[in-house]
Design a protein around this ligand. Structure first.
Ligand code: DGI
Ligand code: FE
Ligand code: FE
Length: 204
């Protein structure tokens, strides 16, 4: 992808997203590019996937549902619920292909699995999943910034790990996300749990 095309995507995201979401998006794109450079992943793909990972986030639930339906994407029960935090990932991958001219399957999958992860993630998928979590604007697990919050400690740790070892960083984030969801009594998606169990086993 050339510079002009990346610039175009950036402008399109500025238009499609709310200001805070756009800031987060830029931060994820540049964090992902750095992680890619360090870990031998294609930097352009990381920039593009980071730029587009939340491209469906500011669309209504109805619109996200219709994008998935049109593209024959099967949805879990949790994803079809109003305010589902998971739907935007699948809708985003469909939109990236349909609206934003992306044909690269690895980029499309990095968008599709950026919220839940999946067993056997590609290096690019890991980079996007991790960048989404550690970008500098993130406080923690999308909620608090208290200094002695145990989750904040995990974020600091995850940030350090991310530049040394993608798999260890990934596992730390999965652990943290599961603890966060369990703590607040949130339902855990099948794919989130599968991913966690897969990487727990791989670690041993
Ligand atoms: O879109 P972002 O806010 O940048 O971040 P994201 O796409 O990683 O995650 C959105 C939310 O999804 C985040 O608060 C954690 C949540 N999440 C991830 N897996 C699950 C989940 N929420 C539920 N209820 N169940 C899951 O399995
Ligand atoms: Fe997201
Ligand atoms: Fe995000």
């Amino acid at each position: 992808m050339n510079t002009a095309e990346l610039y175009k995507l950036r402008k399109e995201m500025e238009k499609a997203l709310e200001p805070k979401r756009y800031e987060h998006t830029l931060s994820v794109a540049y964090t992902a590019a750095n992680l890619a450079a360090i870990h031998g992943v294609d930097i352009d793909k990381a920039l593009i996937a980071g730029m587009l990972h939340d491209c469906a986030k500011c669309l209504s639930h109805k619109k996200q549902m219709s994008v998935c339906e049109k593209n024959h994407i099967s949805l879990t029960e949790m994803e079809t619920e109003e305010n589902s935090p998971l739907l935007h990932a699948k809708a985003g991958s469909a939109l990236a292909r349909q609206e934003y001219r992306i044909t690269d399957v690895d980029i499309l999958n990095a968008i599709r699995y950026h919220t839940t992860g999946r067993p056997g993630m590609s290096p690019l998928e890991k980079v996007i999943y991790i960048a989404d979590y550690i970008e500098p604007g993130r406080k923690h697990a999308k909620r608090t910034s208290e200094a002695n919050d145990p989750y904040m400690r995990n974020l600091t740790e995850a940030r350090k790990l991310a530049y040394r070892d993608l798999n260890r960083a990934l596992y730390r984030i999965l652990q943290d996300t599961l603890a966060y969801l369990t703590g607040k009594g949130g339902r855990i998606d099948f794919m989130t749990r599968e991913t966690y169990e897969y990487y727990q086993e791989e670690k041993q």
